[in-house]
Design a protein around this ligand. Sequence first.
Ligand SMILES: [Zn+2]
Length: 126
Amino acid sequence: MKPYKNKINRIRSFALALIFAGVVIMYIGIFFRKYEIVMLIFMFLGVLAILSSTIVYAWIGSLSTRAIQIVCPSCGKHTKMLGRVDMCGHCREPLTLDPSLEGKEFDESYNRTKNKTAAIKEDSKE
Ligand SMILES: [Zn+2]
C-alpha cells in the first residue's frame, strides 16, 4: 500500500511521471524508425502524454490558488491543503479543517490510509 501523501504533491508527481512516460514512449518510437507508421504512433502517444501533463500542471495551478495555506503545527512549515482533510507536504502530519473530525483516526472517506491518528484543526486550537 502506498503511503498517503499531500494531495498537491501527489498530483505533481503524477504530472512528472507523465512527462517521463512521454519521453520514454518517444524514445521507444526511435527503435521503430524503419516502420514509419509505428514510429509516428509512438511519437504521437509521447506528445499526448507530455501535453496531458501540461494540462495537469495547469490544473495544479488552479487548485493551488483554491487551496488553503496553513502553518503545520507539527513541523512549523507552510503547507497547502485541499478539501477537508489532507496531509502536510513536509512531515505528513494529518490536517483537517473540520472540527468534527478532530482527534479521530485519520480517515479520508475517499482515501485509504494507515493507523495515523492525531487529526488536528488549523489554528483555532490554542
Ligand atoms: Zn508538517
